[in-house]
Design a protein around this ligand. Structure first.
Ligand code: ADE
Ligand code: ZN
Length: 337
């Protein structure tokens, strides 16, 4: 194991941007396709993996939504989440905040409760076995209507005790955050926290809208913020957490090569940048591989890596006492390295 790898593994980290549907590995997709007697768009695991050659966000989403069709019962959601949680634990994730897309499942006739109960069972198991803590974030699909999001929020509210926040994902271009102003306002009135994908493919104005109109606590991706100097300053001043996903950004052609990624420049500008895996089964790696990719391509120092881990804890939906504990553990890890 390279020294950086051991160091990154031992840094306590929170993962704040992870779509559980994006952890569906081809092997599990084929097993579930067989179980439910559904056909997949590719004949073998190897053929399916070869199709993971995306040109932009939409080319990925088309395959991602098609494969999600194999997720049908509570056990499927449990198995999906548990295999992610085991891997995250091995890589030093101590707290994870998981996105799920209810509409991807309810539109196929899968009950909202089937999804939440399956995921929740796995999260409790990871807490018991590894001491890993968690939050669940229900995302609205922005390519669907605001009314559809309102109906989804009604279901979220039935399972309020399991869900901490709402989010916004799917096709960004042409679907500005303001389209969902009312449903986010209602979610906030019920005490739900909020996050939104913005500035992944969409313009920096979408980041401003997510902050001002949706009143989100964090921005998912946000990498296009550097096109607007005033926004960059604001994000630094307000210590807004950006949940950056480096391997995703290269796979979806947001940056041509990892050496061109702006993560190090954003860190140097004082932004609270974090590293996350987004859809690890599709993008070539989980959180450790994301940290390693930026560490090497951008020549990050050990202090940079510790800052990324600290930012992940500071930006998590954890109480202050838990944050203090993990930040001290990071300090101890840095001192012992
Ligand atoms: N859904 C899953 N991954 C996504 C991403 N990177 N951007 C927007 N929506 C998504
Ligand atoms: Zn995402």
């Amino acid at each position: 194991m390279r020294p950086e790898e051991a160091y990154i593994r031992t840094l306590p980290k929170a993962e704040l941007h992870l779509h559980i549907e994006g952890t569906l590995e081809p092997e599990l997709a084929f097993r579930l396709a067989q179980k439910h007697r559904v056909s997949l768009p590719h004949a073998s695991v190897a053929e399916l993996r070869a199709a993971y050659d995306f040109t932009d966000l939409q080319s990925f989403l088309d395959l991602y939504y098609a494969l999600a069709d194999v997720l049908r019962d509570r056990q499927d959601f449990h198995d999906l989440a548990l295999s992610y949680l085991e891997r995250a634990h091995e890589q030093g994730v101590v707290h994870t905040e998981i996105f799920f897309d209810p509409q991807t499942h309810t539109a196929r006739g899968i009950e909202f409760g089937t999804v939440v109960e399956g995921l929740h069972g796995a999260l409790l198991e990871a807490e018991r076995r590894f001491g890993m803590t968690h939050r669940l974030i229900a995302c609205f699909l922005r390519h669907l209507s605001a009314q559809d999001a309102e109906r989804t929020l009604d279901e979220v509210l039935h399972y309020r005790e399991f869900i901490t926040a709402v989010g916004l994902d799917s096709s960004e271009r042409g679907h500005p955050p303001a389209k969902f102003a009312a449903v986010f306002a209602r979610a906030r009135r019920h005490g739900l926290l909020a996050v939104a994908h913005a500035g992944e493919e969409g313009p920096p104005e979408y980041i401003v809208e997510a902050l001002d109109v949706l009143q989100v606590q964090r921005i998912d991706h946000g990498v296009r913020c550097d096109e607007d100097p005033a926004l960059l300053q604001r994000l630094a001043r307000e210590r807004v957490t950006l949940t950056v996903c480096p391997l995703s950004n290269v796979k979806l052609c947001v940056f041509e090569h990892m050496t061109q990624h702006n993560l190090k420049r954003l860190l140097a500008a004082g932004l609270s940048v974090t590293v996350n895996s987004d859809d690890p089964a599709y993008f070539g790696g989980y959180i450790l591989e994301n940290y390693l990719a930026v560490a090497h391509a951008l020549e990050l120092t050990r202090e940079d890596l510790a800052s990324l881990a600290r930012n992940s804890i500071a930006g998590a939906f954890l109480d202050e006492e838990a944050k203090r504990r993990w930040l001290s553990a990071i300090d101890a890890c840095v001192a012992g390295a």
